[in-house]
Write a protein that binds this ligand. Structure first.
Ligand code: FAD
Ligand code: SF4
Length: 460
């Protein structure tokens, strides 16, 4: 045993604890990862060697001051760690839970290859969760109001990141969302077993305490028109996400019991949040999920928790071609998803208008192998091939430029990052970059807020 605290990683193994083993944890929708206890957080934090040139920090899209907040935690200065964590990230407790750390900070950690990365995500989650439990809130007592008003459209991570920075700079912020709760995909897309909704409820209280006003159940373009907002506010931020499901025009999509991934997940989330009386239910069914991205993994795992008889996930690529989170894939596998690789779905077949099978063919070098076609019997199919942009008809009328693919054109230069062709309007998150990550949406929202402050000549 080494006595030198700097070499604690030799004595303390990396540990990320799950609540239960795969087959057992599908009995409920609770979060899969256990929160760290105080002693565990301190031990895991002690594995960081504060390596001087922190690759973790560079790889993190918002450049969190990781070794600095780990050190504060070790010294027992929890509230300062929470304050520092909020200097770079508007939703650290969310990112701690669902960032793909294996591809970002932890993947880049100096310790990753030989000793196991520092458990940065669990520590990040521990700091904010515990600080909130102990009554900590961001200190907004010194903020001076600046007589400027901004409307944020969309309360997903991009909108929330933008609102956070603006309100901290004295700007009055109203966040509009067509949904009945804040969070965007955090609330209505991502399942509970990755992110419990109490986390977002708590965050809403924190933002309200900071002075952000939420105008929910209000769709811009329908309940209120953009020209009215342009009149009323000094600037507008758009963080409306991407919501057009890609379905590959597969024959048979109109059969009963065929859904898109997001429709399925939204129905389950809305049901669990009591916004509707029932959900798409896969209990005792043979379910096929087409696609193998993060949304597909969430569908597999949701169906298993609903009590599906068998969940088969079909992907046209090989196992090593997965581009989503490795952690989500491993969890889906652990929990009982049956994966079939290098299979191309060719058609959904049905009887009396209801889906009964998926006709597939085996692929070799992107070609279907002759004679390999077969029909996999199913009771329900979930198509999850990703998302395309969903530009609103009022973008063009209001001089908000879009690319030929439907994404919003926003400045990427440092000076007014996020500004659209209409100089009063800024944008960020999935609607600018295409469907991506929570942390990149937060990053865009915060950057756009800095641009709005420059545009409104607030501060230096
Ligand atoms: P959104 O979160 O989509 O928010 C947009 C908001 O705008 C919504 O609330 C919507 O109601 C509102 N809105 C839209 N139009 C209007 C209008 N006209 N008027 C008023 N309001 C409007 N990322 C990760 O980092 N880790 C993960 O594990 C992960 N898992 C995912 C799982 C699923 C199933 C999905 C679908 C995505 C996942 N992502 C994950 C991606 C992540 O959720 C998104 O990248 C992120 O939420 C994008 O944030 P956003 O603010 O740009 O958009
Ligand atoms: Fe600590 Fe790993 Fe970051 Fe180095 S790379 S500062 S060891 S968390």
């Amino acid at each position: 045993m080494s006595d030198d605290k700097h070499f604690n990683f030799l004595n303390v193994p990396r540990e990320v604890q799950k609540t239960q083993t795969g087959p057992k944890r599908i009995a409920n929708f609770r979060e899969v990862y256990k929160p760290l206890k105080e002693i565990e957080a301190s031990q895991q934090a002690s594995r960081c060697i504060d390596c001087g040139n922190p690759y973790c920090e560079w790889k993190c899209p918002v450049h969190n001051h990781i070794p600095a907040w780990i050190k504060l935690l070790q010294k027992g200065r929890l509230f300062e760690a929470a304050e520092l964590s909020h200097q770079t990230n508007s939703l650290p407790e969310v990112c701690g839970r669902i960032c793909p750390q294996d591809r970002l900070c932890e993947g880049a950690c100096t310790m990753n290859n030989d000793f196991g990365a520092v458990t940065i995500g669990s520590i990040e989650k521990y700091i904010t969760d515990t600080a909130f439990e102990l009554g900590w809130m961001p200190d907004v007592s010194g903020i001076k109001k600046v007589n400027k008003r901004v409307a944020v459209i969309g309360s997903g991570p991009a909108g929330l990141g933008c609102a956070d920075i603006l309100v901290r700079n004295g700007v009055a912020v109203d966040v509009y969302d067509k949904s009945p709760e804040i969070g965007g995909l955090l609330t209505f897309g991502i399942p509970n077993f990755k992110l419990e909704k109490e986390v977002i409820e708590k965050r809403r209280k924190v933002f309200k305490h900071m002075g952000i006003k939420f105008k929910l159940n209000t769709e811009v373009g329908k309940d209120i028109l953009l020209p009215e907002l342009l009149e009323k506010y000094d600037a507008i931020f758009l963080g409306m996400g991407t919501y057009t499901a890609i379905t590959g025009d597969l024959p048979g999509l109109d059969l009963k019991n065929v859904h898109t991934g997001l429709d399925y997940l939204v129905s389950v989330n809305r049901f669990q949040l009591h916004y509707q009386d029932s959900a798409i239910d896969t209990k005792n069914e043979r379910v096929v999920v087409l696609g193998a991205g993060d949304t597909a993994m969430d569908c597999n795992r949701t169906a298993l928790r609903q009590g599906a008889e068998k969940v088969t996930c079909i992907h046209r690529g090989a196992m090593n071609s997965l581009r989503g989170s490795n952690r989500d894939f491993m969890n889906a596998q652990d929990e009982g998803t049956h994966f079939m690789w290098r299979l191309q779905a060719l058609e959904l077949v049905g009887k009396h208008g209801k889906v009964t099978g998926v006709r597939v063919g085996e692929l070799k070098n992107s070609e279907i192998i002759q004679g390999s076609e077969k029909v996999i019997p199913v009771d329900r199919v979930i198509v999850s091939f990703g998302f395309a942009p969903s530009p609103a008809p009022w973008f063009v009328e209001n001089n908000i430029g879009i690319t030929k693919n439907g994404l919003i054109q926003a400045q990427s230069s440092r000076r007014l990052r996020g500004q659209t062709a209409n100089e009063q309007i800024f944008a960020g998150g999935d609607m600018v970059r295409g469907s991506d990550l929570v942390v990149t949406a937060v990053f865009d929202g915060r950057n756009a807020a800095e641009s709005i402050l420059k545009y409104l000549e607030v501060g230096d």
